[in-house]
Unconditional design. Structure first.
Length: 198
């Protein structure tokens, strides 16, 4: 129910008020706010974006696996999703995330997404399928990009799954072409992508 409401909220079409008739004697109406201005309603979103805590690891592994198994099902077959999702376990995730910057998204005390940057490389962005398309990855990514800008980084790169290509394109990344990665001997197609921060 909440998810449906959030989706409606984020995909709502702004209602343009009918332009009232006015003459030279009457002042023109105030211009409508620009689309790029911050949306005050977005500030009411019930997610919290916060740094990674060591207690998050089990839930985080669950989000990683569910995101791959469910959200990437249209682009990768079962064998590929198994190889990809088994490519990390509890210990390897701790090791990967021990370096760089990780942020997580919490919703009703449940971890629903996380993102990880090492220097100029966006290494991971994963959102639980039940919380997809309400802007969580966008918020997570923005935190990482803000951190990179503060560090003086002028360009970000990533390897985007076929599933995540449109998300990264929406964040301003450009694909430099597809390449093959490999997990447990299984090929996985992905995009090498890049975004200038200057
Ligand atoms: C890719 C992923 C992180 C996106 O998370 P999300 O929280 O649903 O993304 P957002 O809601 O912030 O999406 C922002 C915009 O990106 C684009 N986008 C996101 N997912 C998309 C999809 N599956 N197809 C097309 N466009 C998509 C849309 O433009 C979207 O805006 P809209 O919903 O208003 O149309 C998530 O689907 C996921 O975890 N996928 C599986 C794992 C994966 O591939 N991770 C990346 C590893 S490189």
């Amino acid at each position: 129910m909440m998810l449906q409401w959030l989706r409606q909220l984020f995909h709502r079409t702004p209602v343009q008020p009918e332009a009232p008739a006015h003459s030279a004697a009457q002042p023109a109406p105030e211009p409508a706010p620009r689309a790029s201005e911050p949306d005050p309603i977005a500030a009411l979103m019930p997610f919290q974006i916060r740094p990674l805590d060591s207690k998050d690891m089990a839930e985080l592994l669950g989000v990683f696996r569910e995101a791959i198994q469910v959200s990437a099902a249209a682009e990768y077959d079962q064998q590929q999703r198994d190889a990809w999702s088994q490519g990390q376990n509890y210990d390897s995730l701790i090791s990967v995330l021990s370096e760089g910057d990780t942020v997580v998204a919490e919703w009703d005390d449940k971890l629903v997404g996380f993102a990880h940057r090492i220097r100029d490389y966006i290494n991971m962005v994963f959102v639980h399928p039940e919380a997809s398309r309400v802007g969580i990855a966008t918020l997570l990514y923005q935190h990482l990009e803000d951190g990179a800008r503060i560090e003086g980084i002028t360009e970000l790169t990533t390897h985007a799954s076929l599933t995540a290509h449109d998300f990264f394109a929406y964040m301003g990344f450009t694909s430099e072409g597809q390449e093959q990665a490999e997990r447990a001997g299984i090929p996985l197609t992905r995009h090498a992508m890049r975004k200038s921060l200057v």
